[in-house]
Design a protein around this ligand. Structure first.
Ligand code: SAH
Length: 344
């Protein structure tokens, strides 16, 4: 059965035409889907036989809330969604002055193996469908009652390792009849799968490309991020530059500050060079605690000294606020879970 929520309204209209279903029916169906109905039965303005037929020919899955946690500190909400096959993924809603941001997962699990991240423990289970990513956004909005204005692809998974599905998700989210969100309000974060950068640049999307750099040199980066092995920081910088040349859009570097690993003044100076060669903005993330990891966040003193070196060299730098720390909803703390498995 075809997954109706992963289809664009035009595709649905074309398919209805082929099936001999009147065009205005496709429009009605798309409107119901965008509202978040959970079954064809709820599509009241369709004749019963059509509702039945659609139920036979298309699947329509919505996630269920397995758990919802709200941070007592900052109101951040973390959802654990149950998917159709018993897998579960997490989504986080954060409240910023400029609007509400939803952080979505793009894969069930992750195969990138970054040493400081909880999302990769247990590896990749499966790709997520475009409809499942759309549902993370739509149902976070419907359940929380908070209008979502920004999306970051920074939950569990590597978006460029699920390229076609993520591209389709972006088309859906951007579509006026689906979610109607400008891609200017979307950030896609990658561990640096550079072979995909040209494909992404080709699409010429208005999103922000965020690169998880975390170290300016191969020795440190390869130790932290297996994705660096066989690719390397020089090649990553080249890919970023080409991306910027092609799209006219600056990339940003994410840099988790890890005590004694990537936070010395030498690292800061190398990072200055890297940021300048690419024209990148640097977003520092104080490392968040992950039980299984042996890494710790940099001290305040090291963080301050690091920031000063970047600022004094004219690099554009910000420090990411830590939201949802009390509910393990911060960067690197999201995990895949099974419906019946251990609760923390
Ligand atoms: N796979 C993509 C998307 C994940 S985004 C990527 O690697 O970019 C999540 C961001 O949080 C990434 O920058 C990731 O490197 C960072 N992160 C992972 N674990 C972290 C931790 N323990 N503390 C702070 N940031 C972390």
């Amino acid at each position: 059965m075809k997954d109706i929520l992963s289809m664009l309204p035009e595709e649905l209209a074309a398919e209805f035409r082929e099936k001999g279903i009147p065009a205005f029916r496709a429009k009605q169906v798309s409107q119901w889907l965008a509202k978040g109905v959970t079954s064809f039965e709820e599509m009241r303005n369709l004749p019963a036989d059509l509702r039945f037929r659609l139920g036979e020919e298309y699947s329509l899955y919505r996630p269920v809330v397995l758990r919802k946690q709200v941070s007592a500190k900052d109101g951040t909400i973390k959802y654990l969604w149950g998917l159709f096959d018993g897998n579960a993924v997490e989504t986080v809603v954060m409240k910023y002055r400029y609007g509400n941001t939803v952080c979505i997962s793009t894969q069930v699990g992750c195969r990138q193996g970054c040493a400081f991240c909880a999302s990769t423990i247990g590896g990749l289970v499966r790709q997520m469908e475009p409809s499942e990513m759309l549902n993370e956004v739509l149902f976070s909005q419907l359940d929380s009652g908070e209008k979502i204005s920004h999306i970051v692809l920074m939950g569990t998974g590597e978006p460029l390792d699920n390229f076609e599905n993520v591209m389709r998700f972006l088309s859906l989210i951007n579509h006026p009849e689906v979610f109607n969100l400008s891609l200017r309000h979307v950030s896609l974060s990658t561990c640096g799968l550079i072979e995909r950068f040209p494909d992404l640049a080709e699409r010429d999307l208005q999103l922000t490309l965020a690169v998880s750099l975390h170290a300016p040199d191969d020795e440190t980066r390869s130790k932290l991020m297996p994705a660096n092995r066989g690719r390397g920081v020089d090649a990553l910088m080249g890919a970023c530059r080409q991306y910027t040349e092609k799209t006219g859009r600056r990339v940003s570097f994410e840099y988790a500050m890890i005590d004694g690993v990537n936070d010395t003044s030498d690292h800061a100076k190398m990072l200055v060079k890297r940021a300048k060669e690419v024209g990148a903005h640097v977003n520092l993330i104080p490392l968040n605690h992950v039980e299984e990891s042996r890494y710790h966040p940099s001290t305040q003193g090291h963080l301050k000294a690091f920031i000063k070196i970047l600022e004094d060299s004219g690099v554009n730098v910000t420090v990411r606020r830590r939201l949802g720390g009390d509910i393990d909803a911060s960067c690197g703390q999201l995990r895949r879970k099974f419906e019946k498995s251990r609760e923390k």
